[in-house]
Ligand binder design. Structure first.
Ligand SMILES: [Zn+2]
Ligand SMILES: [Zn+2]
Length: 141
């Protein structure tokens, strides 16, 4: 019952199990992830920018973005690291959307503001379900 699929990253045909990328790419991604975590763990890198990280680790920026967007890496403790908002492309410390876009999205979903401020989980769920709708459009090229 094996399902053959093209790797989303390198195009190799492989037997799809859980993820849209082949085992080689998954392994590579795991290595990148560890490299990024190692870099961010170092005290002297607290003030590093994303460019510093990319240059020091040679991680493809798409891969790094994916780590941030999926929540595997957080930029919150790194004041100089920014990530383009998925909606307006402004630099942000948030996972996917800058504060003002998150705010607007929240309004569209008419959630009480104080609740979403104190419960980040609420924001995450909201932005997540919003972006899910758009993911297909954005990635379906
Ligand atoms: Zn691959
Ligand atoms: Zn934004």
């Amino acid at each position: 019952m094996a399902e053959l699929s093209n790797c989303k990253t390198c195009g190799t045909v492989f037997v799809k199990v859980f993820q849209p990328i082949c085992p080689q790419c998954a392994e590579k991604e795991e290595k990148w992830y560890k490299t990024a975590v190692d870099f961010l763990r170092k005290k002297e890198n607290r003030m590093a920018t994303k460019k510093d990280l990319l240059e020091a680790t040679l991680i493809p920026s798409q891969t790094l973005n994916a780590f941030i967007r999926t929540g595997r890496l957080s930029l919150k403790n790194f004041p100089n690291m920014h990530h383009p908002c998925e909606r307006c492309q402004e630099p942000t410390h948030e996972r996917r959307f800058c504060i003002s876009c998150a705010d607007e999205l929240r309004k569209n979903f008419s959630l009480p503001l104080e609740q979403s401020q104190s419960e980040p989980q609420t924001i995450r769920e909201t932005t997540y379900s919003y972006s899910l709708k758009n993911t297909f459009r954005l990635d379906g090229k």
